[in-house]
Design a protein around this ligand. Structure first.
Ligand SMILES: C[S@@+](CC[C@H](N)C(=O)[O-])C[C@H]1O[C@@H](n2cnc3c(N)ncnc32)[C@H](O)[C@@H]1O
Length: 478
């Protein structure tokens, strides 16, 4: 495999990095070329590269902040590729792994039509809602206040106080509500305490009782957000886990605050020119029939990485509480629709690996992982699958890249944000380089690979690169 260059297209693609630069008491996100960086003293250079260029700027929060997860990339990254690809309102952008909809929201703000696909129903709801700026803000708040009133009355009847301090003095007259038995084991243990869970279930009942199609999605998304960040015991670092357990937390009032924040954003968003944006609940490896041939001018996206993370855990709490995942069978169906990027999501009959059967470097990496496993005497079922998941991951990406070719207009530009990984017995997987190589074999032209940021692998001290693979689709060769 030849090493792909840092992207340089007609001078516009000098390799640039997102950096955070301290300016007085403030810091700003800035794009620097390698030449700019060389001018900084070494400590400032290191700090600039590794400071979190992933942070969202304050001025970007409208709609983006309605719900995000740790996997989201920042809106300014989308703006950068929109500008480098020279996109405007006459173009159409696709995000095939749209997650919480960062690409779609940013394109809509910029007046560029966009479409997405997302296989996780919770993330799909987030994307769909964040590009829906139609609800009347006053109507939304009035409706939410009515729902909150019903929920608070019910809590009073249950002798459960919304205010956690008061709740300690309360004596509950009724047993607390719980999830159905088949749902409980789906949650990370202790991810939500019994009292906040009771309040959440009461609020969900009130939402159901007052269901209004105009506001339902925005109200649910606000609940998903407060569940994760205010109500639950979850912590992200970046893996999702359970942190210190809070016995109680306000739910209804937090939710109302989140709904009001959405309503506050709406007037400014509604004043922007109307631009179409939508997301399909679909698999990025099978989307050919969703869109017209040669209708896509650009792709800006971030697929999963081969890193042993179970992506369904990140959204598990809100997926279960909002009813997207109610049983083990639902969870399995969800995982089957995802790109294979961890051993917990591999099934009999998976065959995406056939797409890279001839790719000697990927086969070599899989063989190195298996050799290391045997040398280390690792025998668990998961460890035995490390080599296989690596092949399935790149095979799935090959399948996706092949699938979208008929949808792309000749000369379409594509940006894929991916990260190097060493999760499988510390064998280095240069994801960006391999993806670029797969794309080239499928007829894409590699424009370059930009460094987004680096991350230190704590176990090995290696620098892992998070990169943007930039491609061009020249059109079908006759
Ligand atoms: C890294 S995240 C994308 C984050 C997104 N850029 C954002 O800002 O929120 C990758 C997403 O791909 C989704 N995904 C995984 N496999 C998929 C597939 N086969 N088809 C569609 N989406 C998939 C995951 O559910 C996840 O939401």
């Amino acid at each position: 495999m030849r090493k792909a260059p840092a992207s340089t297209e007609a001078g516009a693609f000098a390799c640039r990095l997102w950096c955070i630069l301290p300016i007085g008491d403030y810091s700003v996100n800035a794009q620097l070329t390698l030449d700019d960086l060389a001018l900084l003293p070494p400590p400032a250079r290191r700090a600039a590269i590794n400071a979190d260029g992933n942070k969202m700027l304050l001025q970007d929060k409208a709609a983006h902040d309605w719900y995000r997860f740790v996997l989201s990339y920042p809106p300014h990254l989308v703006r950068d590729y929109v500008s480098r690809f020279g996109l405007n309102g006459s173009h159409q952008v696709l995000d095939p792994f749209s997650g919480t909809g960062t690409t779609l929201v940013e394109c809509k703000k910029l007046g560029i039509p966009s479409i997405g696909t997302e296989a996780n129903p919770m993330a799909h709801l987030a994307g769909l809602t964040k590009v829906d700026w139609c609800p009347d803000p006053c109507g939304l708040v009035t409706h939410a206040e009515r729902v909150a009133g019903t929920a608070l009355t019910q809590l009073q009847a249950d002798r459960v106080s919304e205010n956690p301090v008061l709740c300690l003095e309360d004596k509950q007259a009724y047993p607390l509500r719980r999830l159905p038995p088949e749902c409980e084991p789906l949650l990370l243990s202790n991810s939500i305490s019994p009292l906040p869970l009771h309040k959440t279930l009461v609020l969900l009942d009130a939402l159901h009782q007052h269901h209004d199609e105009r506001y339902a999605r925005h109200e649910l998304l606000a609940l998903a957000k407060v569940l994760v960040f205010r109500v639950s015991n979850l912590k992200f670092g970046p893996e999702v886990g359970v942190g210190s357990v809070k016995v109680d937390a306000p739910v209804i009032t937090e939710w109302l605050t989140a709904v009001r924040a959405i309503a506050d954003d709406l007037p400014a968003l509604q004043s922007l020119p109307q631009t179409p944006a939508t997301v399909h609940h679909a698999d990025a490896r099978q989307l050919r029939y969703l869109f017209d041939p040669q209708s896509i001018d650009a792709v800006i996206t971030s697929p999963p990485y081969p890193n042993e993370k179970d992506y369904t855990r990140t959204t598990r709490l809100e997926s279960v509480l909002l009813g997207f995942v109610r049983s083990k069978a639902d969870l399995q169906a969800l995982k089957r629709g995802l790109l294979r990027s961890n051993t917990r999501g591999i099934y009999k009959g998976d065959d995406d690996d056939t797409w890279v059967a001839e790719h000697s470097e990927i086969q070599g990496i899989a063989a190195a992982i298996e050799k290391r496993r045997i040398e280390l005497g690792k025998t668990s079922g998961f460890e035995r699958l490390y080599a296989r998941v690596t092949k399935l991951y790149f095979g799935g990406m090959a399948r996706h890249l092949a699938e979208i070719r008929p949808l792309l207009r000749p000369n379409a530009r594509l940006a894929y944000v991916v990260g190097d990984q060493m999760s499988y017995l510390r064998v280095m997987i240069r994801t960006g380089q391999l993806l670029a190589d797969i794309a080239e074999r499928l007829g894409y032209e590699i424009i370059g690979i930009d460094l987004f940021r680096t991350r230190l692998a704590t176990a090995t001290g290696e620098q892992l690169r998070e990169e943007v693979v930039v491609l061009r689709w020249p059109g079908e060769r006759l």
